[in-house]
Design a protein around this ligand. Structure first.
Ligand code: 3PY
Ligand code: MG
Length: 256
């Protein structure tokens, strides 16, 4: 009897059906923190290998800790074959590619994330293939069962969003409002009407193109508004920020 394949939980089907699914970003190198997020009831985990100090083994430990409870999407630090293939091979439910601004970049990401004939993902035996025991099963279903998410988080990406949304193999366009605001010269001002206009435009393009719209927010009320607007793949909060704000508030209350 061998273990379950990562996509037997149908996460991609649920995402692509437009189900509202809320995940938290984890950036701390701690399977325990990932377990806390799973126990809190998040639907999925956004493992941030772009900003968090993770190597591949650390990401694997997180997925081993919580992957059976909640799907893990890994944000890769670079759009490279080695990162994309490795994250899928260790059992990610999909990848999130940051800062995708051009069609060529989006196509490259898809190319590395899909096995032939759809792409050029290399074939290996690792955790995702149950160390070889379910190799054929995994290969047969991986292309249609793993998520490929690109981030729209630069004003150049917004300018190209129609073309980006037309790239085959991309399942979801996930807005990074913070980087987007940076690229617009108004860092952190994600509620600014100019940023919100871009957000609404990306949502509209997703609707037209049949792509899943995703977005991140730091605060629950902001993310609730995004959900009401029509975003379904939602990111809420960051582990380090949850910890930092709870600790600061507790101490402030104590000292009052
Ligand atoms: C951003 O806001 O820039 C992000 O990448 C959040 O996911
Ligand atoms: Mg970002």
């Amino acid at each position: 009897m061998s273990g379950a394949l990562v996509f037997e939980n149908n996460f991609r089907k649920r995402v692509c059906a437009g189900e509202s699914l809320v995940g938290a970003i984890v950036s701390l190198n701690s399977p325990q923190v990932a377990e806390i997020m799973a126990d809190a009831g998040f639907d999925w985990l956004f493992v941030d290998a772009e900003h968090g100090a993770y190597g591949p083994l650390a990401v694997e430990a997180l997925i081993q800790a919580v992957g059976n409870q909640m799907p893990c999407l890994v944000r890769i630090p670079v759009h490279e074959e080695s990162w994309i293939g490795k994250m899928l091979d260790i059992g990610a439910s999909g990848i999130i590619a940051p800062q995708v601004n051009t069609v060529e970049q989006a196509q490259q990401v898809v190319n590395y994330a899909k096995y032939p004939p759809l792409g050029e993902r290399g074939v290996g035996v690792a955790r995702a293939q149950r160390y070889g025991a379910r190799f054929a099963d995994y290969l047969e279903h991986a292309n249609e069962s793993l998520l490929t998410v690109i981030q729209i988080e630069h004003i150049d990406a917004v300018a190209n969003v129609r073309e980006l949304a037309a790239v085959g193999g991309v399942d979801a366009l996930f807005i990074g409002p913070y980087d987007l605001s940076m690229s617009m010269g108004i860092p952190g001002q994600v509620a600014d009407p100019k940023v919100q206009e871009c957000i609404a435009e990306v949502l509209e393009v997703c609707r037209e193109a049949g792509k899943i719209p995703g977005i991140f927010g730091l605060q629950s009320d902001a993310v609730r508004r995004y959900r009401e607007q029509g975003f379904s793949l939602l990111g809420l909060g960051v582990d380090a920020v949850f910890l930092s704000s709870a600790a600061t508030q507790a101490l402030e209350k104590f000292r009052q």
